[in-house]
Design a protein around this ligand. Structure first.
Ligand SMILES: *Cc1c(COP(=O)(O)O)cnc(C)c1O
Length: 215
């Protein structure tokens, strides 16, 4: 099977401490099952409705990752089961996740999305905005949220050097806060740029098309 081969060659080529999230957005259940049967347990989706439908249809030991922009009014649908939300891009969203975490008595793992590109289309905190949250002690004030680290998407460009610089700066930012905020996750790298991300200390990559084919 093609998915099996793709997964195998990716897993054999990345360091063991880099976690692979298989991005299954737009892909049907049977393709996710094929990946699951190869041992893949972490899957990423970018739309709440699709994520919930897939959660309901598939094995409950799958760890679901929300990687797309999340609207506050939809947090409640994923709060009971989500493994990690990568795309936390505002203070108001943090507050809502905390509220929903409290309601279902969970500590919800999140990553703060940092806008490392200059594409303008990307969501996320700027470095300065995040530092303000830390300085005002607001980042650790949420009892039902565990901040695990950062997620970033590099600019959409062929310029590898530019992508490298963006990943490098996010890694430096991660290292700056890693100990004081007890962070352990740096989510950066997609199919087109994960090899560059690995050079810059990523420990979580989000791959879709290189596993499942183009969308
Ligand atoms: C779609 C998506 C990915 C995977 O993209 P590929 O290029 O198919 O690997 C990774 N991260 C985010 C946030 C995405 O939306």
């Amino acid at each position: 099977m093609k998915i099996h081969k793709n997964l195998d060659s990716i897993i054999n080529s990345i360091p063991i401490d880099v976690k692979l999230v298989a991005v299954s957005k737009t892909k049907p259940i049977d393709q996710i099952k094929l990946a699951y049967d190869c041992g893949q347990k972490d899957f990423g989706e970018n739309k709440v409705q699709e994520l919930v439908n897939k959660y309901n249809s598939l094995n409950k030991d799958i760890r679901w990752h929300m990687i797309g922009h999340l609207q506050r009014n939809k947090v409640k649908f994923i709060a009971p089961f989500i493994h990690l939300i990568h795309s936390v891009d505002s203070y108001r969203l943090l507050k809502e996740i905390n509220k929903q975490g409290f309601k279902c008595n969970r500590l919800i793992n999140i990553l703060v999305q940092i806008d490392i590109s200059n594409d303008n289309s990307k969501f996320g905190f700027s470095y300065n905005e995040f530092e303000e949250l830390v300085n005002k002690n607001e980042i650790n004030s949420f009892k039902n949220i565990c901040v695990k680290g950062f997620m970033g998407m590099a600019s959409f460009t062929d310029n590898q050097k530019k992508i490298g610089l963006e990943f490098k700066s996010l890694n430096n930012f991660y290292l700056k806060y890693k100990d004081s905020l007890k962070l352990d996750t740096l989510s950066m790298g997609m199919s087109g740029d994960y090899k560059i991300a690995i050079e810059h200390n990523t420990n979580m990559i989000r791959l879709g098309s290189s596993i499942f084919g183009s969308r």
